[in-house]
Design a binder for this molecule. Structure first.
Ligand SMILES: [Zn+2]
Length: 284
């Protein structure tokens, strides 16, 4: 048993701040610190127990479970342990102030502290809740995974591109809530009064086109309908539906978006209510 480095900071405003500090301390010294015991209710809510992930011994989940042979365990009885306690203190003005105090219960360890590479350790790579919130907001705003990765990497050195990809995928699945992506898009557009849209499905329920335009764009095109530029963008989605962009030009020679249309084929007729038909797009 040899004593290892210990955290220097001992006072924290919240329990979350304490956990984050201790886990970052562990990562910088090549160990993974996990929560041994914690409670949000009852008298134990004032205490927090933290240990090295190599502490404890392997236990069978139940006595009836068969003994597994030829297996290995990370748990080698490392005694390194920290304890956090919620302290109430009276301030000079008579008010009570609460803070978390970190105490080193056992600084000994029975293995080297500087592990070669913690990137292979799933617990060390785990994303904190605030990081998950950041990833969700960046993902919703359309930021690509590689750019999210660069942003998160600056705060969390062990994160990998695969972690970011998995997190964005689970966010997308949660938002879809069992719907297909096109159904989710139509639901979003239905709930947003700022967007006007129209779509058509074939007898099998497959979408043949989906046209959408923002109300501001419609006001603009009513004012400046003289020149419209239309072009298809390919490879925008996995369904291989081309996206037709309609762009208008104002008198100052500046362009503005009029609308977008996902197309099944290359041909589309844009129809208005008044004249029944004004533009036909055909790609040759
Ligand atoms: Zn340890």
């Amino acid at each position: 048993m040899t004593p290892g480095p210990v955290p220097v900071k001992t006072i924290f405003e919240t329990k979350e701040e304490l956990i984050k500090y201790v886990q970052n301390f562990g990562i910088s010294h090549g160990i993974v610190i996990t929560i041994k015991g914690s409670s949000n209710h009852g008298r134990f809510s004032n205490y927090l127990y933290l240990k090295c992930d190599r502490g404890g011994r392997y236990k069978r989940r139940s006595k009836s479970a068969p003994i597994r042979l030829n297996t290995s365990t990370r748990q080698i009885g490392c005694p390194f342990e920290l304890r956090g306690k919620l302290v109430e203190e009276e301030c000079d003005n008579g008010n009570l102030k609460e803070y978390w105090h970190l105490k080193i219960h056992n600084s000994n360890r029975n293995h080297p502290f500087l592990a070669k590479n913690l990137i292979a350790h799933p617990y060390a790579r785990r994303l904190h809740e605030d990081m998950k919130t950041t990833i969700e907001s960046l993902s919703k705003s359309g930021t690509k995974s590689k750019h999210i990765f660069r942003h998160v990497k600056s705060n969390h050195v062990l994160v990998t591109t695969r972690d970011i990809y998995n997190q964005t995928k689970s966010i997308k699945l949660k938002n879809l809530a069992g719907r297909t992506p096109i159904k989710a898009l139509i639901d979003e557009l239905s709930n947003d009064e700022e967007w006007l849209f129209h779509f058509h499905s074939d007898t099998n329920g497959h979408v043949e086109y989906l046209f959408m335009a923002h109300r501001t764009s419609i006001d603009m095109v009513r004012k400046y309908p003289t020149v419209l530029i239309m072009d298809c963008t390919y490879k925008t989605n996995k369904f291989k539906m081309p996206l037709l962009d309609v762009i208008g030009i104002n008198p100052c020679n500046l362009s503005f978006y009029v609308g977008f249309c996902f197309l099944k084929g290359k041909d589309i007729e844009i129809i208005t209510c008044k004249s029944k038909r004004i533009y036909t797009w055909r790609s040759y």
